[in-house]
Design a protein around this ligand. Sequence first.
Ligand code: S3P
Length: 167
Amino acid sequence: MKKVILIGFMGAGKSTLGRRIHQASGMPFFDLDDWIEAREGRKIGEIFRQDGEAAFRALESKALDILSDELPGEWVLSCGGGTPCFGDNMEKLRKMGTTVYLKLSPELLASRLLPEKEHRPLISGYSEAELVDFIRDLLNKREMFYKKAHLHLKEDEVDDWFLKLMG
Ligand code: S3P
C-alpha cells in the first residue's frame, strides 16, 4: 500500500510533486497547509498574523493526528516546510507512511521563493540579499529532522523515483 509523505523546505516542490503523483496515478492527494486553511477558514498568513506561529504549530500537529486516523488506502500528503520539525511530528509522519525528503540547496530555494515571498509569513520580511542567509540558517536547524526521512531525493533524482513509484 503506497502512503507517501513529502517533506522539505518551503519551495522544495512538495505540493507540485504531490499533485503530479495524483494526476499520474489517481492516488488521493492532500496538502497539509490547504487542509488546515479549509478547516480553519483562514489563510496560513492570517493564522500567523492573528494567532502567532505557536498557534499554527498546534493546529499543524492536530491536523496530523486527525489525518493519520482518517486516511485509508493509498495517498500522497505534502507537509508544510516546518511540519516535521516540531513536537513529535516527524515520528508521527514516519509511522504514517514512507517519508520522502526533497533536498534542495539554499541558493536554489532562495531563487524559487523570491518571487512569491510575500505570501509566506516566515520570509516575507527579508530582502533579496538576506533571504539566502535566512534559508541557509533555518535549513541547518531543520535538516536534523528532514534527515530522518526514509528517502532523500535531490532535485535530479526526483524523476527516477517518480517513475519507480508509478511502475
Ligand atoms: C512553513 C512552510 C509553509 C507553511 C507555513 C510555515 C515553514 O508551507 O506551512 O508558512 O515553517 O517552513 P510550505 O512549505 O508548503 O510553503
